[in-house]
Design a protein around this ligand. Structure first.
Ligand code: SAH
Length: 340
């Protein structure tokens, strides 16, 4: 049985047409699901009994099983168990501008970035659209507030799960869905070039972030195996095309790893490759984990790196740190049961 939160509005319209009902029932259904948050199809009081029966026989309304919540001052971390026993995590962050959630897109990840905890478990499977939508549902219901911003930066590589991720964006952006503004949604990728090009034609104004983390192929090859497939130049060429089509500013994420990618020269190299692109750099102080040997750059190094970029007129920020007390920070999420 299909989970109804998997359905985009177009798919639901097609469904209603297929059972010889009017397609506006799709919008009606969305209101019941996303505004009224029904627990049973019987609650749909403006729907004929026969239609309710058909919905019941076709779709489930099952939610995710929330098995653990850890709470810190501005951050909560949620652990979910999926239908097949797989585990994923989501992180809620409170900002002065609203509440954001970091959503996972896969169980495990195949990208193998050397500094990242999440990828120590190889990809088990892609998350379905509903499994991403329902992460937001569960968090909203826990905090009794609406989520205003979504970043697809949890476990997994979203562009390795392109269709489900773009359908997820359609569902959460729809005014009768979760109604999260497209400019409040960010997809982060390690740089899967064909998907960046495809994403340029995806007609939603969502933000794109690229996990670059190195200013040249030599360093990037060492820390991100995906760079052996798509080189920095390939990514930059794809981004130029992306920008031409979308006119949307691109974010580059750059983790600062002590002695690996954080020298003055590296900062200058980074500015050189970003030249002429409408973008900004988000410097990420590395979150150390027990299992990985990389170290966070020293604070004065982080500031010097920042200054060099700034002086070269490239927009730059240092990412505010969240959640490391409860291992909810970037790269610390994991899907492994034995570590619970
Ligand atoms: N696969 C996607 C999204 C998940 S990772 C991507 O690569 O963008 C989200 C971000 O956290 C990425 O920029 C990733 O490189 C970064 N990250 C991973 N491990 C980290 C760590 N230990 N400390 C800080 N950032 C980390």
């Amino acid at each position: 049985m299909k989970n109804i939160y998997n359905m985009t509005i177009e798919e639901l319209e097609e469904y209603f047409l297929s059972i010889e009902e009017k397609k506006f029932k799709a919008i009606q259904t969305y209101s019941w699901l996303y505004e009224k948050r029904i627990k049973s199809f019987d609650e749909m009081s403006d729907m004929k009994k026969t239609v309710i029966e058909k919905l019941k026989n076709t779709f489930s309304l099952d939610r995710l099983k929330l098995i653990k919540v850890e709470r810190d001052t501005l951050v909560n971390k949620y652990l979910f168990e999926l239908y097949d026993g797989s585990l994923v995590e989501s992180v809620l962050m409170r900002h002065d501008y609203g509440t954001s959630i970091c959503v996972s897109s896969q169980v495990g990840c195949n990208m193998g970035c050397k500094f990242c905890e999440s990828g120590r478990l190889k990809k088990v499977r892609n998350l379905n659209t509903y499994e991403m939508v329902l992460q937001i549902f569960a968090v909203e219901e826990d905090i009794k507030e609406r989520i205003t911003h979504v970043v697809i930066m949890g476990i997994g590589e979203p562009f390795d799960n392109y269709l489900n991720v773009t359908n997820f964006i359609k569902v959460i952006n729809h005014p009768k869905g979760l109604s999260i503004g497209s400019r409040h949604i960010t997809v982060s990728t390690c740089g899967i070039v064909p998907k960046i090009l495809e994403f340029a034609d995806f007609p939603y104004q969502v933000n794109l972030a690229i996990s670059l983390h190195a200013p040249n192929d030599e360093i990037r090859n060492k820390i991100m195996p995906i760079n052996k497939v798509y080189k920095i130049k390939d990514i930059m060429d794809a981004l130029k095309k992306y920008y031409k089509k979308t006119n949307r500013r691109i974010t580059f994420e750059y983790i600062l790893l002590d002695g690996i990618n954080d020298s003055d020269e590296n900062a200058l190299e980074l500015c050189a490759i970003l030249k002429g692109l409408n973008c900004y750099v988000n410097l990420i102080p590395y979150n150390e984990t027990n299992n990985i040997q990389y170290k966070r750059s020293k604070n004065d190094r982080i500031l010097k790196f920042y200054d060099i970029i700034k002086k070269n007129n490239v927009g730059v920020t240092i990412r505010r740190e969240f959640g490391s007390n409860i291992s909810a920070a970037c790269g610390q999420l994991r899907s492994k049961k034995e570590e619970l």
